[in-house]
Design a protein around this ligand. Structure first.
Ligand code: HEM
Length: 210
């Protein structure tokens, strides 16, 4: 299904907003926003890690939406390929490996550690699967894996939407945060599987290049 312009605008708006927030709040190596004191203590001890994570993952959020623009892909395949490698290496690989290291210290105990840890692993695995498919010129598989991968990148957006929703509902951060470590990505994956049924034997489209 081609990405309609209003869908692209909505996607880009959310991604740019959250990446902008992350870069402003963490990108300079200084804690600019108040979060839970236990989280600040963890971030203060791992300042380089959280800064690297915020910058790399924000890059993935900023580049991701443009990779789904059909016209851009068809007209500038080299640009698509270059941005794709940047997204996967500088964004997903760096953001995911720093995410794994942070998951061990995430707020909310074992449930949060497992939720964020699994998210980071799946983020990198889907990236590897997408790259493999592209290199083998299995472009339909590449498309499906990249949609799954970006649904996981988008966890950064859904996480912050849930935080706002639960705070507005008057819930305590301590009570809902472990659930958010799962809620931010599991429904995203289910949604893309449901919305994007597999077109198993479609041959590669001419003009579509990765
Ligand atoms: C998709 C895989 C991701 C994983 C596994 C992951 C993992 C984590 C973990 C474990 C933390 C620490 C949370 C805590 O201490 O409780 C964290 C914090 C953070 N992450 Fe990620 N992250 C991912 C994606 C992203 C993306 C795409 C962004 C881009 C904006 C991002 C930006 C941040 C920021 C700014 C923080 C600091 C805390 C906050 O503002 O919520 N992360 N991440």
């Amino acid at each position: 299904m081609p990405l309609k312009s209003w869908r692209f605008a909505a996607l880009a708006f959310f991604c740019i907003s959250v990446a902008g927030y992350a870069l402003w709040a963490y990108g300079s190596g200084v804690q600019r926003v108040p979060v839970h004191p236990a989280m600040i203590a963890v971030f203060d001890q791992r300042r380089a890690l959280i800064t690297t994570h915020a910058i790399a993952a924000s890059l993935a959020l900023l580049l991701g939406p443009f990779q789904f623009v059909d016209r851009l892909r068809a007209r500038a395949p080299r640009l698509h390929r270059g941005l794709g490698y940047t997204y996967l290496v500088a964004g997903v690989a760096v953001g995911g490996s720093s995410g794994i290291l942070l998951a061990r210290h995430s707020f909310g105990g074992f449930v949060s550690h497992l939720g964020f840890g699994l998210l980071a692993c799946l983020w990198m695995i889907t990236g590897v699967m997408a790259t493999r498919a592209a290199l083998q010129r299995r472009f339909e598989d590449h498309r499906v894996w990249m949609i799954r991968n970006f649904a996981l990148t988008f966890a950064a957006v859904t996480l912050r939407l849930y935080l706002g929703l639960f705070f507005a509902a008057g819930l305590r951060f301590e009570d809902f945060y472990p659930a958010v470590a799962w809620l931010c990505w599991v429904p995203n994956l289910i949604a893309v599987e449901w919305w994007q049924p597999r077109r198993s034997s479609t041959p590669p489209r001419p003009g579509l290049s990765v």
